[in-house]
Write a protein that binds this ligand. Structure first.
Ligand SMILES: [Zn+2]
Length: 77
């Protein structure tokens, strides 16, 4: 998790909260799409998120990981 500059706003369109977290777009774009959020990102490969959206996306990432495990099946079970 990178530190971010002060005064950066959340990258989610329609959200004007101060961003507290920054994540690589590759890691989160699928989760964000699944939730149905839109990002306001032009050139940066990083996503800046406020606390609320960060938590939302983290939750979704966890959910997706579980599905992934289930899809591939667990070895030795
Ligand atoms: Zn936000």
């Amino acid at each position: 998790m990178g530190k971010i500059k002060k005064g950066v706003n959340c990258s989610v369109i329609g959200c004007n909260e101060r961003a507290l977290h920054s994540l690589s777009i590759d890691k989160v774009q699928e989760a964000i799409r699944t939730i149905g959020l839109k990002l306001n990102i032009k050139t940066s490969r990083r996503v800046y998120l406020c606390e609320k959206h960060y938590k939302e996306i983290k939750k979704q990432l966890k959910r997706m990981k579980k599905v992934e495990k289930w899809k591939h099946g667990l070895p030795f079970t």
